[in-house]
Design a protein around this ligand. Sequence first.
Ligand SMILES: C[S@@+](CC[C@H](N)C(=O)[O-])C[C@H]1O[C@@H](n2cnc3c(N)ncnc32)[C@H](O)[C@@H]1O
Length: 293
Amino acid sequence: MRGLNRPERSVDTGNEKTNAASQVPDMDTYAHKLYLSNFLREPVIRSAAQALQLPSGSRGLDAGCGIGSHTLLLAEAVAPAGHVTGLDLSPGFLIHAREIAEKSSLSEQVSFQEGDVNKLPFDDDTFDWVWSVDCVGYAPAEPVPLLKELARVVKPGGSVAILGWSSQQLLPGYPVLEARLNTTSSGIAPFIKGKRPELHFLRALGWFSEAGLEEPRAQTFVGDVHAPLSDNIRSALISLFEMRWGEPQSEMTQEDWAEYQRLCQPESSDFILNLPDYYAFFTYSLFHGKVAK
Ligand SMILES: C[S@@+](CC[C@H](N)C(=O)[O-])C[C@H]1O[C@@H](n2cnc3c(N)ncnc32)[C@H](O)[C@@H]1O
């Protein structure tokens, strides 16, 4: 998701002890944010996986798997005979991914490997499909060579899918404030600043065609939440607010910063998540295509 595609940061576990989601021990801050965010994201990512109709028994790759939240979800989709490999650049994330997988009923259906999506450590035609959430197409890298590299490891006729967080409305009743917060350098701006329009994630259909993938398709999935919020969803939203807008930015006016603090900080008496009619939604966009036979 936007804002999560940052380098892994070092240790900090201490300050979320009262949250239900802090029951996962020893996660550094960024891994913990990924973990929390999945309470929001999982239903919508699951819908996207279902739309792909991954064949039962197939073998796939989750490229840029993070702590493996979706590696397991994919393994469930291709169970019992299928297998999913999670690949990530970060050894720290992979430690968490392995720990979480070992505690699940799908530990035999997944494996994790360190590696770079730019140069995958796999032979040509290794997998039936590959997918990537909030990784390929998000970082500043040129997307077409990346898609070609993903396609290289997929068998002819198999599919390549990339998903990315594509929009949100998290501050109901404050659309202009939210729009302004999103133009700061911790909001959407770093993902679009200086980028050629055709390199923006929502232009991915063009990348698929350019990479020689057939039948390029796009579909957008909505996730939504409303009051009363579970502890996990509440923790996920608090983490999201803080990650995206939680530090004063040079582009932010003092008034907007004060409004952010009033609405988005849990200690405020006007904290937006305490609204009895709180409602929010966000979208994930899925782009996929087939490797030529
Ligand atoms: C925003 S996280 C998404 C993780 C996971 N897909 C999810 O949605 O929970 C982006 C992930 O991409 C990984 N990543 C970034 N660049 C990478 C690269 N060149 N090769 C492999 N993984 C990479 C990061 O380490 C991180 O785990």
